[in-house]
Design a protein around this ligand. Structure first.
Ligand SMILES: [Zn+2]
Length: 264
């Protein structure tokens, strides 16, 4: 049970100490099962044209979480504060990845995107799993996104990848470049080629995109857990992301939940 997670992200964890992420196998099975179940449930539906670009939802109903303009404050929910430190601020996602190269992100400061989150869907991804996953995250957190071109910067690229890149994983997602204040600059989601022709909704795409939104580790008990529990976000994950996006870029969170901007 503990030694569960991902066949999914083994690759991007390669340079992390073995004990931390050594166990990435069973969630793969679970997740794959979830995907299969979802796919089965949607079998009767015709997917529209199969183009990767979903229309950006006009307004998801939930308010977009935004900073207030303050340069310091305190996070009310101490569990959320601890999660933000553990699964964002303090995470070292590795040293480098095969195609994108060196990972440049400072630890000790939060990392998030400026909204709307810019996403490029490479033609190697067939179907609308990216659009669905982004719309899903928006529907539960209010985080807005926009589809952009391949050369845009900042951006998250979603593309297919071979096992030469992913090793035994079927997917990985991470932010690999940041601006000096740690604001997210470049992120990538890599989906094993055999899973890249997909039918939405896909728990795999939701999970890997969740990593690029800012959940850099695997808080247990939900969509981002290891093993993954269900195919929808937990309240813990929703609290995490909405709180993260209310903090200004360059913020450092202390153990007691107080925070301040330390890098402009
Ligand atoms: Zn993961």
């Amino acid at each position: 049970m503990t030694f569960a997670h991902d066949g999914w992200e083994n690759a991007h964890m390669r340079s992390v100490p073995a004990a931390a992420e050594h166990s990435l196998l069973k969630t793969f099975g679970l997740a794959a099962l979830a995907v299969v179940v979802l796919t089965g449930a949607c079998k009767g539906e015709k997917s529209s044209a199969g183009g990767p670009a979903a229309p950006t939802p006009s307004s998801g109903g939930l308010p977009v979480p935004l900073p207030t303009g303050a340069a310091s404050g305190r996070i009310d929910n101490s569990d959320t504060a601890a999660d933000l430190v553990t699964y964002n601020q303090a995470v070292n996602v590795g040293l480098s990845i095969p195609v994108e190269g060196a990972i440049q992100r400072a630890v000790g400061i939060i990392t998030r995107w400026e909204l709307p989150i810019p996403v490029y869907v490479d033609p190697s991804i067939i179907g609308n799993c990216v659009g669905e996953a982004l719309a899903y995250w928006q529907s539960v957190t209010g985080l807005s996104y926009v589809l952009v071109g391949a050369d845009a910067e900042p951006r998250i690229t979603v593309r297919a990848a071979g096992s030469d890149e992913l090793n035994i994983a079927i997917g990985s997602g991470l932010v690999y470049r940041t601006y000096p204040n740690n604001r997210a600059r470049l992120g990538v989601v890599r989906i094993l080629t055999s899973n890249a022709n997909c039918t939405a909704p896909s728990a795999l795409f939701r999970h890997e995109l969740g990593h690029t939104l800012g959940i850099f580790g695997h808080p247990p008990g939900g969509l981002m857990g290891a093993p993954m529990v269900g195919t929808t976000a937990s309240q813990r994950e929703i609290n995490f992301l909405t709180q993260l996006y209310r903090l200004p870029h360059g913020t450092r969170i202390d153990a007691d939940g107080s925070w301040r901007v330390v890098s402009q």
